[in-house]
Ligand binder design. Structure first.
Ligand code: CP
Length: 300
């Protein structure tokens, strides 16, 4: 399966991703452009580190400081950057489907680094890699994804991946933050929906808690007692199964969806391991993107 192959490759790259061993600079001479039209810490920096570790050159462009601020469209921006000889465009944007739109209009490889409420594929991959490293084969494992499902591209991508690997996803959150059609997102039998976190806490192998996306108006959909009902508090952490994991894609709203003591818990929290896995996953993805472009060029 392509997904397993990508995860295996990322796992092998992990020591070089975190700088423990030197990476082979197989992308020397390649040029990667990060087009980030939404703010980002982890994704942008880890794509840049991934590209540099593999020897590629990197350029970064954001909405502020680019001609997007003068009204230039996403596609026009991408086509202009491509015209400068870029091999891979890494695109983050607020438009759901924006990365696919760019891919339809350029010849170089395009990697989706998060598009609106739609998908965040490399976040999904890094979540899977982190879970797999701790839990082994994910078939039959139960993973709760808690919180702002409605606005979360992470929830979508990670759920697709977990379902593909045979895990069961429990989507947990208030009705206002779980769209009615979400159950049909992927294999129905692999997803259940719950509005009550407490009965689930002690039954799952991992909990991925999501950021409440205030910038996407999620704040209007939550009650003031959100932390009481859905927050990962110390008392909920105390009821986790032995070996169960806590994940968060970041950035965290500490004290809202996750308490300090849980985020920083040395036993269960793997939040910073997710970030390290992100570099490895993005190295694997960039290598695959460059290989795909090379094959495409040869076939024309
Ligand atoms: N998880 C994630 O996408 O974080 P950033 O928005 O900081 O890239």
């Amino acid at each position: 399966m392509q997904l397993t192959g990508l995860l295996d490759h990322a796992e092998r790259l992990l020591p070089s991703a975190v700088g423990d061993t030197p990476a082979e600079r197989v992308l020397a001479g390649k040029l990667i452009a990060n087009l980030f039209f939404e703010d980002s810490t982890r994704t942008r920096v880890s794509f840049e580190i991934a590209a540099r570790r593999l020897g590629a050159d990197v350029v970064n462009l954001g909405a502020s400081g680019s001609s997007a601020s003068k009204g230039e469209s996403l596609v026009d921006t991408a086509r202009n950057i491509e015209a400068m000889g870029v091999d891979v465009l890494v695109v983050r944007c607020a438009i759901s489907g924006g990365a696919a739109l760019v891919a339809d209009n350029v010849k170089c490889a395009v990697v989706n680094a998060g598009d609106g409420r739609h998908e965040h594929p490399t976040q999904g991959l890094l979540d899977l890699l982190t879970l797999r490293r701790h839990l082994g084969d994910l078939r039959g494992k139960r993973v709760a994804i808690v919180g702002d499902i409605a606005n979360s591209r992470v929830a979508r991508s990670t759920t697709h991946g977990l379902a593909a690997l045979g895990a069961h996803v429990v989507a947990v959150g208030p009705p206002s933050l779980i769209p009615s059609g979400w159950r049909n997102l992927t294999c129905c039998e692999n997803i259940t929906i719950s509005h009550d976190l407490d009965p689930i806490v002690g039954e799952v192998d991992a909990i991925i808690t999501l950021r409440i996306q205030m910038e996407r108006a999620a704040g209007q959909g939550i009650a003031s007692d959100y932390r009481f009902a859905y927050g990962l508090t110390e008392s909920r952490r105390a009821r986790l199964r032995s070996g169960a994991l806590i994940l968060h894609p970041g950035p965290m709203n500490r004290g809202v969806e996750i308490d300090d003591a849980v985020a920083d818990d040395a036993l269960s929290s793997v939040i910073f391991e997710q970030v390290s896995a992100g570099v490895a996953v993005r190295m694997a993805v960039l290598l695959q993107a460059c290989t795909a472009v090379a094959k495409d060029t040869q076939s024309h």
